[in-house]
Design a protein around this ligand. Structure first.
Ligand SMILES: *Cc1c(COP(=O)(O)O)cnc(C)c1O
Length: 418
């Protein structure tokens, strides 16, 4: 197998053979040759229906013709200038039109940079230091937010190299629990700058907010001079035109984007209320900068993507998602399995647990060995999902009935073995 050879070679030159840890699964990951529509093809010529979609960005499927055309035109005119372009205004206007909380936008290069900058901005705006995040939420790979495990009030770093002095300002709470957060804010509200939340948790599988939980977050943050940051790096442009804040009708102070916004190219953004955003340099003194911020290729691809997303698009995505989830749940029922296919719109995952999943602790009851078996069976049968129980799977607009039918047949065969 060429993938196996490449992985052995790769391990000599790239730590662990990959450039991002989740990509390294056992015994070796397949190496991509190319991708088109709903399919990704490996270096050994095997085709997979792709439900990983680069961990979310490719909502239009791979190699979308409009994006390609626009990007090629832009490439001929240069790929980085270090001076502003008109297209950045156009993309900002498009984001502002779609997203309720967005009056102004700063484009950066990744979701990681977006959340890092949003947190700095929130700290500056409130003149407070502590932030609250939810157990199991992922906001990128920087120090402030690299704390997720354990249930104590103050978090320990998830990684060596992250100073405890940094993460002692990061407070962890369980998702979907009002009382713990109320108590925390009663005691520490005057030192908390921000609550950062994935409005739907998508980095621990798929966990939706309980009814009115996001409204509760909005209320307590408003009452306590705490900035509410929605990390919509996944949900932005994924579950509705205006993201989770439109879907759940809760408007945060700041929002972060990435993934879909770049149309398959690296991008991130933070957006929010004008008075907050204008605190960013150079209009204000909160420092944020980047050589590739607002990169013309990424901005072009982002514009070409957002232009294709409208109300009908999301209706179609919802139907695809419902069809797949219902199909999987029917299969689970027929096989007397109490596991659950969860999700919303074009997001889905199977939790291999009989418990309803409302937070990190619930998610951790999933049987990882079963998931791993399922992952490998699907992979052998030409279906690629992210290799972890705690990632979310995605559909693109290019996934057709045939793809969904094939997928359900494979899952049906697999579930007969449990
Ligand atoms: C992927 C992700 C990030 C990090 O984005 P990168 O572009 O990988 O840095 C941040 N937050 C959430 C919710 C994500 O899913």
């Amino acid at each position: 197998m060429k993938s196996e050879q490449l992985f052995n070679e790769s391990k000599k030159f790239l730590p662990g053979g990959v450039d991002s840890p989740v990509r390294a699964y056992k015994p070796y990951p397949f190496f991509a040759e190319k991708a088109k529509g709903s399919k990704i093809i490996d270096v050994d010529g095997k085709t997979y229906i792709d439900y990983c979609l680069a961990y979310g960005p490719m909502i239009l499927g791979h190699a979308n013709p409009n994006i390609m055309e626009e990007v090629i035109l832009q490439l001929k005119n240069g790929s980085a200038y270090g001076v502003p372009t008109e297209k950045e205004i156009e993309l900002a206007k498009t984001v502002i039109k779609k997203v309720p909380c967005a009056d102004m936008v700063r484009f950066v290069n990744s979701g990681t940079e977006a959340t890092m900058s949003a947190i700095r901005l929130a700290r500056a705006a409130t003149n407070k230091d502590k932030i609250v995040k939810f157990e199991g939420s992922y906001h990128g790979a920087h120090d402030y937010v690299l704390v997720k495990s354990g249930s104590g009030a103050v978090g320990l770093p998830d990684s060596p190299g992250v100073p405890e002095e940094t993460t002692k300002n990061t407070i962890l709470v369980p998702f979907n629990n009002e009382n713990i957060l109320l108590d925390l804010i009663k005691d520490h509200g005057n030192s908390i700058a921000a609550i950062i939340v994935e409005p739907i948790m998508g980095n621990i599988g798929f966990i939706p907010p309980k009814k009115d939980y996001l409204k509760f977050l909005r209320k307590i943050t408003s009452e306590n001079n705490i900035i509410l940051i929605f990390d919509e790096v996944i949900t932005g442009f994924r579950i509705a035109e205006g993201g989770a804040q439109e879907y759940f009708n809760v408007t945060p102070d700041l929002v972060t984007f990435g993934k879909i916004l770049g149309g398959g190219f690296p991008i991130g953004a933070l957006a929010g209320k004008k008075e907050l955003m204008e605190m960013l340099a150079p209009s204000g003194n909160v420092y944020q900068a980047g050589t590739f911020n607002g990169n013309p290729i990424s901005v072009t691809a982002g514009l070409a993507t957002l232009k294709q997303l409208n109300h009908n698009f999301y209706s179609e995505m919802n139907l695809k998602g419902e069809k797949l989830r219902k199909g999987i749940n029917d299969i689970l029922d027929e096989n007397n399995l109490n596991y659950q296919a969860v999700g919303l719109s074009s997001m889905f995952q199977i939790y291999f647990t009989e418990k309803d999943v409302w937070n990190y602790e619930d998610a951790k009851t999933a049987q990882i060995d079963k998931f791993t078996h399922y992952f490998h069976s699907l992979l052998n049968n030409g279906i690629f999902i992210p290799p972890s129980q705690f990632e979310c799977c995605f559909l693109s607009i290019m996934h057709n009935d045939n793809d969904i039918q094939n997928t359900l047949e494979i899952i049906d065969k697999e579930m007969k073995k449990y």
